[in-house]
Design a protein around this ligand. Sequence first.
Ligand SMILES: [Cu+2]
Length: 121
Amino acid sequence: MILVNLIGLLLITFIIWWFWLYHPTTAVMAAAGQIIDIRVADGVYQPALITAVVGKGISLRFIRSDETACAAQVIFPELGLQKELPLAKPVVIRLVPEKAGDLSFQCQMGMYRGMLRVRSK
Ligand SMILES: [Cu+2]
C-alpha cells in the first residue's frame, strides 16, 4: 500500500515537472534564411529551443520518427499555425517573426513542447 502511494506520488511529481517546470535550456541560434532541422522523437523536439531575430525569416524542418499519433502534428498556438507531420517526411515551416518574444510550438496534446525565442536584434 505504501509502495503504491509512493509510485503515485512519483508519477505526480514527474507530471508536474514535465508540464510546468521543465524548460529546454540549450538553444540553437538561427541565422537569417537558415534551415533548422528539428527531430521529433521519443517525446521531445530536438532542438527544443531555437532563437531567431525579428524580421529575419527562418525555416524549421520537422523530421518525425515517432510513430505514435501523439507526434502527428505540430502547432504554433500564438501563430494559429497547425501542420501535419507525416512519418519520416520532412516538413518545412517558414516563418518571419514579427515581434520579439517567445513563440511556443507543441504537439496537439502538449506532450512535445518547444520554443522559438525571438529577439529584437
Ligand atoms: Cu502529443
